[in-house]
Design a protein around this ligand. Sequence first.
Ligand code: C2E
Ligand code: CA
Ligand code: CA
Ligand code: CA
Length: 278
Amino acid sequence: AKDQGKNNFRVFVSNMRQAADQRMFLQNELNRALEAGELTLHYQPQVRIQDAAVTGVEALVRWNHPVKGLIPPNQFIPHAEESGLIVPIGEWVLRTACKQNKAWQDQGLPPARIAVNLSARQLLKKDAVQIVESALQESGLSPEYLELEITEGTMLDVQRSIEALEKLKKLGIHIAMDDFGTGFSSLSYLTSFPVDKLKIDQSFIRGAADHPNNKTIIATIISMARHLKLKVIAEGVETQEQLLFLKEQACDEVQGYLFSRPLPAEEMERYLRGCARG
Ligand code: C2E
Ligand code: CA
Ligand code: CA
Ligand code: CA
């Protein structure tokens, strides 16, 4: 029994080491990718239901790996969050997205907001507000054309989040609460959180057809947002049926494959140009 215990421990350690090595490997690879310029952004339009105008474009990061090809964020963002690499990666995303939006505006495309995902770890850094300010200065983008998408993860430190968000709001930046409805703390903090917009999580939209409860949840979020004077956007809209329901509920904006998948910059530019011509 003693021997077996020893054995198990060895197996345990070796597994642990493997996992640690794997983490270390991925961390080194990600660091290298950032330095080597292997990260890239795709862009997805956000469309106002009322008149189909593109009011925003969300920047979504991908890893263009020299051997493995395009790696989706779900495969490396969680590791980046864990290791803290999300801070420099997120900063690169922010700077790149602001520059891209300014470039589109300079090309005469109809101005839209660029929506950038900001992780809780980024927001809670001491210099978070300075970094956003410097991204705006460096790009020349007007703050009203930047929207930061935060998640309920920021509720980890409510006081500090509110302080940072209030400073960002003073700059004229918009704040959206992403994946709304999937966390726990949302309702109690919503009124004290300086947000402009709620983004209804795509799981509710996806399930709307099969589960009537999801429709009730969507309708409730939209009505609550209206009373709190917040805008609402629904993500993951794939069907005409979903769009119609959201329109009936007077949802403000939608984002999803029904309009466009996330596209590389040049393709998004063509999409925006097509919209401008109507
Ligand atoms: P998210 O912020 O909730 O982004 C929406 C995700 O839904 C994107 O996945 C988008 O491609 C996908 N999507 C959009 N429309 C549809 C649709 O109609 N149907 C379906 N099935 N999916 C749709 P993506 O690009 O793989 O990103 C996944 C997540 O990775 C994001 O979820 C976000 O949490 C994270 N992420 C992406 N870029 C960044 C970033 O720059 N910083 C941080 N912190 N997180 C990021
Ligand atoms: Ca988002
Ligand atoms: Ca989301
Ligand atoms: Ca999500």
